[in-house]
Design a protein around this ligand. Sequence first.
Ligand code: SF4
Ligand code: SF4
Ligand code: SF4
Length: 267
Amino acid sequence: MEWDKDAEQAVAKVPFFVRKRVKKRVETEAQQAGATRVTMTHVTACKQQYLHHQEDEVQGFTVESCFGQSGCPNRIDTGKNLSPHLEALLRTHKLKEFMQSRVPGPLKLHHEFRITLADCPNGCSRPQIVDIGLISASLPTLSDAPCSECGACLAACKEEAITLNAGPGPQFDWQRCLACGQCARACPTGTIAQDLSGYRILLGGKLGRHPRLGQELSGIFSAETTLTIIDTCLTHFKAQNKEGERFGELLNRTGLAFLAPYTLKTT
Ligand code: SF4
Ligand code: SF4
Ligand code: SF4
């Protein structure tokens, strides 16, 4: 749907964590009113609704993702569209009702439990600053195909995680590798292949008065294990939550022993 410039500029000023939702909502309301273009009138009406009836807008959780599925060439295809599974899982935890029982006063959008998925380590959807951030990951491995020493993998790796001079074929520095999958894409001989693909998991990120970057678990997890870990986190969040605190604050108090055998990644 087309937008008037002033309407577009007004929505650009909405805090990023609700911008996508507000934009969709404004478009829906404009469509329902029979408009073919979004104007400032639609934006103002929606703003009033958010300001004065915010609790009605709260659904208890948000699941956001980057624009990878719209054709971003950096996207790592994990073979599964995780978002609907995440939403289904979050719904089973009835987080709106739970937060209503914990938060003194009316619920606000910032009380929602936020999960964000980024389809590569560039992290455009900011997985580091939400309750649970997921980053699609693809680890490289070596196949039997001989290396032509063309150097394409060196050029593709922004982390300088590959060397070519210590033996036949490339060597990887796993401390540097971010599992972005670019070297396997660049390799013309198939010497570098995709090994394990799945998700990196970051826990307890937040902004606000006491910002905290999400802490990363060690490993790359399958979709099924990722959902199990998130389920365990939500159960812990609900069992330990005090007055609607954010997951990161709660983890500062409780630590991660509840997630054993999983441990934090060491840097
Ligand atoms: S996070 Fe990666 S895949 Fe997603 S939009 Fe950004 S660059 Fe593309
Ligand atoms: S997966 Fe990415 S970071 Fe890791 S070695 Fe390949 S290009 Fe470098
Ligand atoms: S891109 Fe492939 S063929 Fe070229 S140097 Fe790297 S591993 Fe060897």
